[in-house]
Design a protein around this ligand. Structure first.
Ligand code: FAD
Length: 265
């Protein structure tokens, strides 16, 4: 295909186009390798759709698509669901008005300097950070879904999604190891936000200097001092995080005015 034109963007922003491209890839490409969903897979997919339908800060047409998908999954008494039926709904075969998810893969904040770098995995991290932050800001959003009152609802759903569907199986194994080790210590929605932040940094440090690293986007401990000076402190000559500031930074980055709905900076 034609070479993509590099789009300038602002690293201190989160771009809705990355999140929507990620959902498109997840629903129309990643899921397509599972021709029927049943048992644990179906439960995992239902929980994933519940969490995004209730917490995704998307445009109305996308939120409506997710809500329609959720209603359909919840109302279906079927124990096995063919992927094609999900795809028909995602493509809005029924032509319900005001319901739409673009089928363009367009990366802005998740652009890579090569097609195999960044993109979807970047958008998936971004999506789950966004969901943990929105869960912490709207603790009643999951009421009557069966996932309410569990500070781990988003992270357990992410863990099972990554383990079951994420195309990178090695990633799934690494993530499962981290979850097994410490997820049970998470007691609140705020701690869930910080847990994902700290595990993502652990992954960043493991991958620094490997082939997964886009030279244009070196793996760093995030947020860097230029993004959040108050997040960084020095104690006895050693770097330490100020977690209170990290938490407020994550909340404004993934849910506040940093969320950009247009793709230009
Ligand atoms: P990403 O790490 O994808 O981050 C995306 C954006 O999130 C960054 O640009 C930054 O804005 C923000 N960010 C960065 N760090 C944090 C943080 N700590 N908290 C909050 N926001 C942050 N690849 C492998 O090769 N091996 C693996 O084992 C592996 N495991 C993975 C596990 C999971 C669950 C996921 C989703 C991905 C995994 N990947 C793995 C892919 C890898 O982590 C990156 O997503 C990929 O290399 C693209 O990197 P990136 O530069 O776009 O930044």
């Amino acid at each position: 295909g034609a070479a993509e034109v590099w789009k300038e963007f602002d690293k201190s922003k989160v771009y809705m186009v990355d999140l929507e491209s990620g959902l498109h890839y997840l629903l129309r490409v990643e899921l397509a390798s599972h021709p029927t969903l049943e048992g644990e897979e179906l439960k995992t997919f239902k929980d994933f759709v519940t969490v995004v339908a209730k917490l995704f800060p998307g445009r109305p047409s996308v939120v409506k698509l997710l809500e329609t998908l959720l209603e359909w999954l919840v109302s279906l008494p079927l124990e096995r669901i063919p992927y094609d039926a999900i795809l028909d709904l995602v493509n809005n075969k029924m032509r319900i008005s005001g319901l739409f998810l673009s089928d363009q893969l367009q990366w802005v904040g998740c652009q890579g300097s090569l097609p195999e770098l960044r993109g979807y995995p970047c958008s998936l991290w971004t999506l789950f950070h966004t969901l943990t932050v929105h869960a912490a800001q709207r603790p009643d959003a999951l009421a009557n879904t069966g996932l309410e009152e569990d500070p781990l609802a988003v992270l357990q759903t992410m863990r099972r999604y990554i383990g079951t569907f994420f195309g990178c199986q090695e990633c799934g194994r690494h993530f499962e190891e981290m979850a097994k080790e410490s997820l049970s210590q998470v007691r609140s929605l705020d701690q869930a936000v910080l847990w994902l932040w700290s595990k993502h940094n652990q992954v960043n440090s493991r991958l620094a200097g490997t082939l997964s690293e886009d030279p244009r986007f070196p793996k760093t401990q995030w947020p860097t001092p230029d993004l959040c000076p108050a997040c960084h402190e020095e104690r006895d000559g050693l770097h330490v995080w100020n977690e209170e500031h990290v938490l407020s930074f994550l909340k404004q980055h993934y849910a506040g005015a940093s969320l950009k709905y247009a793709s230009s900076p």
